[in-house]
Design a protein around this ligand. Structure first.
Ligand SMILES: Cc1ncc(COP(=O)(O)O)c(C=O)c1O
Length: 434
């Protein structure tokens, strides 16, 4: 049976209802599902040809803009010649990309790359590398961190809604995540570090394989790690024999503006960095970038991701790096991100429901509270504002443990000209609460 694609609204919705498994069907945020027809740069068009400013970037996957011509060309040209090449054979495109990625990492270290198809695969591999290298099992992760859907990645994910009621792998302990807005420890970094020390001392064997940190926690509501935390954590983890794995799947690739990798804003060089999403601008691609010494013991056994180092995805990845540099999108994220942050902060005056506006570069959160003193989360109001944003021409997303945060992670090509429109649309969306 070969079907003709039927774009009519009800047919699209019904087919998904009928043929997607519950596990894939559930992730649907709007009351009336959104069908997306096409995208260009920072914009999307729905099935009725309404233009929307994309402040979600397909869940942070779109870095240099939807359907960027250079990325499309690079992937199509490779697809026309050889769409796939098993890693058993040699091909220059992934190898060049590995060298180019290694060049984005701090000087003075020997960096090597293992390409995967997704972030979760890369996280699983990073955990395996750390355990193989160290000969230890215990991993420390942070409450509020999200690392992916696979067994391994879920085992270190510290958000209940993403942890399934199955026997996830053990030897994982969670430390309290620094959250200046919500935690009783406020912005006292030393207290979070003491708490981490206690996690190591009381909840683990004392012998640590690794700690995994998302340097800006995304799904839990854009929580940047405070100055000094990652460095302090690294000291404690290394003293217990472990290495540092930085999950830059959301925060990497220039998104936070001041540096290419977010960890560069902290005084630390991780042993392993995990990348995905924005690295491929929509093409399936993930990467473990590791110090050679850490990755080397994995050579004892075979490890084979069938589509790992796929030349088509790697050609797209090379083009993404090139466009990021040429169009200075990291700098753009810094400048436009600040304008957007300021504009949204300005809305606090008229909308007391906004408790906090925070973020770095183009990773911004607007947190809604019923009362600014008690900080009681406002999930019902967030749901209303969220629905309104769509009818005011924006794609955003709800985040946070209480679904009371609006998360803005647009393509890095969002422009200064878009900012007033976004702020006006957000203003109108909040006004719906009156
Ligand atoms: C920080 C972080 N790490 C890992 C992952 C997993 O990536 P993937 O969905 O490509 O498996 C995600 C996905 O949302 C993520 O946000």
């Amino acid at each position: 049976m070969t079907l003709e694609i039927d774009w009519s609204y009800d047919a699209v919705v019904q087919r998904r209802e009928n043929y997607y498994a519950a596990s894939q069907r559930k992730f649907q945020p709007y009351r009336k599902p959104l069908i997306v027809k096409r995208g260009k740069g920072q914009y999307l068009w729905d099935e009725d040809d309404n233009r929307l400013i994309d402040l979600l970037g397909m869940n942070v996957c779109i870095s240099v803009g939807h359907a960027h011509p250079d990325v499309v060309r690079a992937a199509s040209e490779q697809a026309a010649v050889l769409p796939h090449c098993t890693t058993m054979f040699y091909h220059p495109v992934p190898a060049h990309f590995a060298e180019e990625l290694a060049a984005t990492m701090p000087d003075g270290y020997d960096w090597v790359v293992h390409f995967t198809n997704s972030g979760a695969e890369a996280i699983d591999l990073a955990l395996m590398m750390a355990r193989t290298y160290s000969g230890k099992s215990d991993i420390v992760s942070l409450q509020g961190g999200y690392h992916g859907p696979t067994y391994g990645a879920q085992s270190i994910t510290g958000i209940s809604g993403f942890r399934h009621n199955v026997n996830l792998p053990g030897h994982v302990q969670f430390a309290l995540s620094p959250n200046p807005y919500r935690s009783e420890f406020g912005d006292d970094t030393e207290r979070y570090l003491t708490s981490l020390e206690n996690t190591i001392r009381y909840n683990t064997s004392g012998k640590i394989a690794a700690m995994v940190i998302e340097p800006v926690q995304g799904y839990v509501g854009i929580i940047p790690m405070p100055e000094g935390y990652i460095t302090g954590a690294a000291e404690r983890i290394r003293a217990a024999g472990g290495i540092m794995i930085l999950d830059e799947v959301q925060a990497g690739f220039g998104r936070t503006g001041d540096s290419f990798w977010n960890f560069e804003q902290h005084d630390v060089v991780p042993e392993i960095v995990v990348a995905a999403k924005g690295i491929g601008n929509g093409y399936p691609l993930g990467a473990v970038i590791a110090q050679k010494e850490i990755a080397e013991p994995m050579a004892e056994k075979f490890l084979f991701h069938t589509y790992g180092a796929n030349p088509m995805s790697c050609a797209a990845g090379r083009a993404v790096l090139e466009v990021l540099k040429r169009e200075q999108l990291q700098q753009n994220a810094k400048v436009v991100g600040k304008q957007l942050l300021d504009g949204l902060t300005g809305l606090m005056h008229d909308h007391p429901i906004i408790g906090d506006v925070r973020g770095r570069g183009l990773m911004i959160a607007v947190e809604l509270v019923k009362d600014r003193q008690t900080k009681e989360p406002a999930p019902e109001e967030t749901a209303i504002v969220f629905e309104e944003t769509r009818f005011n021409g924006l794609v955003t997303s709800k985040a946070g443990p209480d679904r009371s945060v609006l998360r803005l992670v647009p393509p890095l090509c969002l422009s200064t000209q878009d900012v007033p429109e976004i702020v006006r649309s957000m203003d109108r969306s909040f006004a719906a609460l009156r």
